[in-house]
Ligand binder design. Structure first.
Ligand code: NG1
Ligand code: ZN
Length: 548
């Protein structure tokens, strides 16, 4: 009863914006920041209930990633550090759209009963809050606190300005009983990075490499990198667009660079030949690029697919060393399964390349929650979206076995190649964020592997050549009218449209094309690939006309 009146009272202070229907999409709720107070307040309630239900620490992140600075958004990190369980998304939608506080209290009441959420006011709940650098973040974070505080026993811990992956990492670490401050995060990343550098085979340290220039998207990633740089060894970093210079995501950042394939602000022809990287607005995406000399600001893009390919090569090398039989005798190898996960946006050339390496490549719909889930089925699962969001997951079983390999001299002689390979994979598991794609940790792994291989950005870029591709978006009244199947490669509704797409695609050598409704914007996206730039553009345009 007391709980009921607190909830009624506090929620009446956060009326929902009239005439807006929000849905918890691939990245939580996102909208213009001015209409989000009520939504964020309600997600605070949701996070508290999730914490009560799981009896674990939960995260709540306020960010709109690569979207405009005037937008914002909110999403929840589950106990593992991953995305909110999909089973709770319908409740999230219902809660966000409840017309008034009476309906809201009723919804909460029903849900608590249905989900058997312990709710005597005796249990405690803890929610870590983080936000990116958007100016609207501060007051939205207050709204989240109010939501959390309206659930008896729930405590909000304000972690301040963080990258999205930092918050996910902290939630995961806390639930494993580990320390989870930003300092702990930086410590773990920098020590595992140093470890990988220590383990570089002699002779490969050809390029105590030239510096890396990072575009921080004028957001939280750039800001954090400036701090991190001070404790980071073995890497010469220059950080641009770290926040002071310009507007968040405005002609800067990973999304801009990947979609437009031009240099971000702050970069110039004089940077040609340098190794450059771009983070997105909340630092969960990473792409690399180099500026093409005398080419009108065009770049040579190294996207998520190529980062995935680099990671896969390195992992395969370590697994193959581990499987070489040292004494020619008994075989102690661990039958580790390795799989890579992509979406339909992966460049066809990358998929061909990965398959030629002998890798198992599987596809899921867009949205990291799907990729992550799939990758977790392997001992080592590597997933990346072409836009640069991805990570590597390593199973507990494999880590345990590697621990044995690296420490028991009876299994591998000390200083042997096998021991080093085991130590490298263990370092990767500490460096790369196991909760979610993380641009900062991904960047360090890329840098460590390039040094390990002795590769320049050019050598890396030459692994394969991307097929020309084109992305368009078509504004539609109702994007839900488009229904897809088979990892979004086939349209099943509206009827007949897939046949029309097939007919268009067949006109182009190496043509591939698909459409899907966006999960974050009111648009239908068109992706086309073909043997030439012109063909890809034409194919995309003609299919976009089918959608219109
Ligand atoms: P939608 O709007 O559903 O295409 C976009 C990205 C996703 C993912 C989400 C979440 C593309 C084509 N789509 O989703 O990969 O990153 O945003 O931020 O890049
Ligand atoms: Zn992002």
């Amino acid at each position: 009863e007391k709980q009921r009146s607190i909830l009624l009272d506090s929620s009446s202070r956060f009326p929902p914006p009239p005439g807006v229907k929000l849905s918890y999409g691939t990245s939580g709720f996102r909208a213009d920041a001015s209409i989000l107070q009520s939504t964020v307040f309600r997600v605070g309630i949701l996070a508290a209930l999730r914490s009560l239900k799981t009896q674990s620490v939960i995260g709540l992140m306020i960010t709109a990633s690569h979207n405009d600075v005037s937008d914002n958004g909110v999403k929840i990190a589950d106990p593992s550090g991953g995305m909110l369980s999909q089973a709770w998304e319908p409740f999230a939608d219902a809660l966000a759209n409840a017309p008034d506080s009476l309906h809201l209290v009723q919804l909460v009441d029903d849900f608590v009963r249905k989900e058997n959420i312990p709710f005597e006011g005796l249990e405690s709940a803890e929610i870590l809050l983080g936000r990116d650098t958007r100016p609207s973040g501060e007051s939205l974070l207050e709204a989240a606190k109010k939501g959390i505080n309206s659930i008896v026993g729930a405590v909000a811990v304000d972690m301040g300005v963080l990258t999205t992956p930092q918050l996910h990492w902290m939630v995961r670490a806390r639930n494993k009983g580990m320390k989870a401050t930003e300092l702990d995060y930086f410590d773990q990343l920098s020590s595992s990075f140093s470890k990988l550098i220590d383990l570089i085979p002699h002779g490969n340290i050809v390029n105590t490499m030239d510096k890396l220039i990072v575009d921080g998207a004028n957001g939280v990633g750039g800001e954090k990198l400036v701090v991190f740089k001070k404790v980071l060894q073995f890497l010469d970093l220059e950080i641009r667009n770290s926040g002071k210079e310009g507007v968040l995501n405005e002609e800067v950042g990973a999304d801009y660079v990947q979609k437009e394939k031009v240099v971000p602000r702050g970069f110039a022809p004089a940077d040609a030949g340098m190794r450059c990287a771009s983070l997105d607005g909340d630092a969960d995406r990473l792409v690399y690029f180099s500026v093409i000399p005398n080419a009108d600001n065009r770049i040579c893009l190294i996207d998520g697919d190529k980062i995935l390919s680099l990671f896969a090569l390195f992992i395969m090398e370590q697994l193959s060393i581990l499987n070489q039989n040292e004494c020619g005798g008994e075989n102690n190898s661990y039958p580790a399964t390795l799989g890579v996960v992509q979406t339909a946006y992966a460049n066809g050339a990358s998929t061909d390349y990965l398959k030629h390496l002998g890798l198992e490549v599987v596809f899921t719909p867009t949205g990291v929650k799907y990729l992550h889930e799939k990758a977790a089925e392997y001992d080592i699962g590597i997933y990346f979206e072409a836009n640069g969001h991805g990570t590597i997951l390593l199973s507990e079983g494999l880590l345990h076995w590697l621990d044995g390999r690296s420490s028991k001299p009876s299994l591998t002689s000390k200083g042997s190649e096998q021991q080093k390979a085991a130590l490298r994979l263990l370092a990767v598991s500490k460096l790369i964020n196991q909760a979610v794609g993380d641009a900062l940790s991904g960047l360090l792994l890329v840098e460590a592997i390039l040094q390990h291989m002795g590769w320049s950005i050019h050598r890396w870029s030459e692994l394969y050549h991307d097929l020309p591709s084109r992305q368009l978006k078509v504004k539609v009244v109702d994007r839900s009218a488009v229904v897809t199947e088979n990892a979004e490669t086939v349209v099943v509704r509206p009827l007949g449209i897939q046949e029309a797409i097939n007919a268009e695609t067949a006109k182009y050598p190496q043509g591939r094309c698909f459409i899907r409704p966006s999960g974050t914007e009111d648009v239908v996206r068109v992706y086309a690939e073909a043997s030439t730039e012109e063909a890809a553009v034409n194919l995309a345009n003609s299919v976009a006309r089918l959608v219109d």
